[in-house]
Every structure is written in structure tokens, then in C-alpha cells.
Design a protein around this ligand. Structure first.
Ligand code: PLP
Length: 403
């Protein structure tokens, strides 16, 4: 953990735990490195659904080309925080109210999910102009991926055979301008897998457009850049991805490639900090019961992994009885919920973990708090904290530095 984070965590009182801590300077460095790795002709959007914390969005705003939103709520939220940032509005099941809102807000792109949705847009567009991408579920073989949004029957986008119907609707409504195609097919991809997919998508898209005499300006390949929770230091290889894109893009000189990652951008900047309330051995297995749990950090339950963590020891023990602890044994870290599913990490070796020690769960910056069932059991919500460079100049507070 970076020392700026540790300093901040030290100032959080026990009563303010659990706490989410977001490392904004770390996020800024990370997104800067992503941007620097990508060729010029790639536009980088951030998928707001991964984490729409206001200060995270404001931190990203200067480094991305825009935001992808997937609901009217996200649209209002992002527009309110970053009024000038381009917004792409996607997602299945858009209501008429949401589409009207998007048209009124002048979204930069509308990602169309079906012919029905397109027809609805033509009835709402009025005298406005909207730039659209058709979302396609291309029949590709994705192999083993974390989540498949395409390449098989799904509710996302449309079959290739359904695109011609959309072209006919667009031909009759010049205020809906077809800019290109959108294909968010999978998540959890490594850089080589993502590159192979981009290559296949662009080759198919150019052929498809050529056969129809369409001027294809852009292709959005979605997000899904892999995040490996078992190996936190093995990040998606952005430099390899950027380098691999150059020859692919050279074969498609007229296409602007757009990407809209979420998880791989913000996962690493977030920490969920909590504390050991009790330690017990049940039939030979050690359990540490923590403040909070999967109602705050649902990611490990949703994805069935062990959330990586660091122990922050607290050596103060004032009780007159012996301090419960686990030493050099596998421990299962659970929360306060009355369900066996409330597990954050299962049978993980720890050197030393005692009641009162703090536990900092890493990689809690994406699909973490915002996907959790906060009200289940009515425990208090966590507190939220941000490490920010701005505080460097304030005497007596932590400085931003690498640990
Ligand atoms: C969720 C989603 C993303 C972001 O996916 P990540 O796996 O978080 O990178 C991008 N585009 C669309 C259409 C999505 O639904």
C-alpha cells in the first residue's frame, strides 16, 4: 500500500470503519499510462458503471475522451459533474424518457441495441441530429472469458442479419447519422486475446460496410480489458495492447477505434478498509469476522474469487483477556451478515491476524460498493475517503508519495 494511503487509513477512527479509500493520484497515473500506451487513432471512454464516484469521474475527465453511460441516471450524473465531456449512451432497455433525455442532452453517440429502439429514436429525434452506432453481437468464438456479452445468444445488441433492417430505417431518417458499429463482446480478456478480437472485428466490419457501400467512420470495441484478482500485479498489458493495435489500425486507415473500459481503469485505485471483530476456530478451520462484508464489497461473492488484502497491524490490546488471533494458518475472512455467502476471502494463509487488526482489501475500485446490496441487514454504510494531491500543500497532512 502506498504510504499516502496508509497515512490516511491511520487517521480513520474505528467507528468510521469500514471505509472506502480511493487513491486519486494513483488513478491519475494509471489512466495517464493507459492513454500514453494507446495510438492516436484510439479514443478512450470510461464506462461509468464500473464506479461513478464523483471525484473519480472528475479525476478521469482530463484524461479520457469521454464517458460511456448506460442509464438516464448515469447520464444526468456524468453531465452534472463534467458538463463538457462527450457522452456515449448505451445499454439495453432504454426507455422513451431516457432516449428523449439523451437527445435533449445532445449526447455525442447513441449506441443502438435493436431495430425497435432505432425506430423509437426516429420518432423522438425531431429536428435534432444524433450520431449512432449499431451494436452488433458478432458470432465469434470467445473461448474462456470471465463474462460473455456476445458470440452466443444474449440480450445485447443485434445479430448481423438484423443490421440491414436498421440501415433501411436510417436511410429514411437523415437526422439519425450512422457513424459505425459497436461491439462489446466479452470481459476478462488479456491483451493478446483483445488484439485478436479487434483484428477479427475490424476485418469483418470493413467487409460488411464495403458490401453495403457504407462509409464506416468508427468502431467501438467496448471494454472488458482483463483484471486478475488472483494476481494483482499482473495488470492488463496496455503497452502491448497499444503496440499491437498499430499494425491493425494501419490496415484500416479510415477507422477511428473507440474503447470504453471500466474495470481495468478503476479497479486498482480503490481499497475497502475494515477491522477484525472476532476470530474463531470452527471444526479446525479459522474464521476472521470483519466489520462490514459483502453488502459493501460484493465483488468476491459475485465473481467467486478471494479479494486480495493486506493486514495493517494494530498492536494496542487493552482487554484483560488473551487476544484472539490466527498465526501461519489459512483463514476465511467473512463479514457480519448472517449468511454463509458473506465471504471476502476463503482459506488464505496469513502470517498473523488478530482481533483489532485492520484489513485493507485491494482492487475495490470497480464494481465494488456500487454493485453491493447495501441495505441487507441494515448495518451502517462505510465512510468514503479520497487521497488527493491537493492535500500535499496543506501543512500537517500527508504528502503524495510512493511507498
Ligand atoms: C460494462 C460495459 C463496459 C465496461 O466493461 P469493463 O469490463 O468494466 O471494462 C463497456 N461497454 C459496455 C457496453 C458495457 O456494458
Amino acid at each position: 500500500m502506498r504510504s499516502a494511503l496508509l497515512d490516511l487509513v491511520a487517521r480513520i477512527t474505528d467507528d468510521d470503519l469500514p471505509a472506502y479509500v480511493y487513491d486519486l493520484p494513483g488513478l491519475r497515473e494509471h489512466v495517464h499510462a493507459i492513454r500514453a500506451a494507446l495510438p492516436e487513432r484510439v479514443e478512450l471512454l470510461y464506462a461509468a458503471k464500473a464506479n461513478s464516484d464523483p471525484r473519480i469521474l472528475r479525476t478521469l475527465a482530463g484524461h479520457v475522451d469521454g464517458f460511456e453511460v448506460a442509464s438516464g441516471g448515469e447520464l444526468s450524473h456524468v453531465r452534472g459533474l463534467t458538463p463538457d465531456a462527450p457522452i456515449a449512451f448505451g445499454g439495453p432497455g432504454k426507455t422513451q424518457t431516457e432516449l428523449t433525455h439523451a437527445l435533449d442532452a445532445g449526447v455525442e453517440r447513441l449506441h443502438i441495441e435493436s431495430e425497435h429502439e432505432l425506430r423509437l429514436v426516429t420518432t423522438l429525434v425531431g429536428d435534432r441530429i444524433v450520431d449512432a452506432l449499431l451494436r452488433v453481437n458478432l458470432p465469434v468464438d470467445l473461448g474462456q472469458v470471465a463474462l460473455a456479452m456476445g458470440g452466443q445468444p444474449t440480450p445485447f445488441g443485434m445479430d448481423t442479419a438484423q443490421l440491414d433492417g436498421c440501415l433501411a430505417v436510417i436511410a429514411a431518417e437523415p437526422r439519425v447519422r450512422l457513424r459505425g458499429l459497436h461491439l462489446h463482446l466479452a470481459s476478462g480478456l488479456t491483451a493478446p486475446a483483445q488484439l485478436a478480437l479487434v483484428d477479427e472485428i475490424l476485418t469483418w466490419a470493413e467487409d460488411w460496410a464495403h458490401e453495403r457501400g457504407i462509409d464506416l467512420a468508427e468502431v467501438n470495441i467496448g471494454g472488458g480489458m482483463g483484471v486478475d484478482y488472483a494476481r494483482p500485479h499482473r495488470m492488463f498489458d496496455w503497452p502491448a495492447f497499444g503496440a499491437g493495435l498499430r499494425p491493425i489500425l494501419a490496415r484500416h486507415p479510415h477507422i477511428t477505434l473507440r474503447i470504453e473500459p471500466g474495470r481495468s481503469v478503476t479497479a486498482y485505485c480503490g481499497w475497502y478498509i475494515t477491522q477484525v471483530l472476532d476470530i474463531k476456530v470452527s471444526r479446525g478451520q479459522a474464521f476472521a469476522v470483519l466489520r462490514g462484508g459483502t453488502h459493501h464489497l460484493r465483488t468476491p461473492a459475485a465473481k467467486q474469487h478471494d479479494q486480495p488484502f493486506e493486514v495493517i497491524p494494530d498492536d494496542v490490546w487493552l482487554r484483560p483477556w488473551g487476544r484472539p488471533g490466527a498465526h501461519n494458518v489459512p483463514v476465511t475472512l467473512v463479514g457480519q451478515l448472517c449468511t454463509p455467502k458473506d465471504v471476502l476471502a476463503r482459506r488464505v494463509m496469513v502470517k498473523r491476524l488478530r482481533v483489532g487488526d485492520r484489513v485493507a482489501f485491494a482492487m475495490a475500485g470497480a464494481y465494488a460498493w456500487n454493485i453491493s446490496h447495501h441495505e441487507f441487514l441494515m448495518h451502517p454504510h462505510p465512510t468514503f475517503h479520497h487521497v488527493d494531491d491537493v492535500e500535499v500543500s496543506v501543512p500537517g497532512t500527508y504528502a503524495h508519495q510512493m511507498s
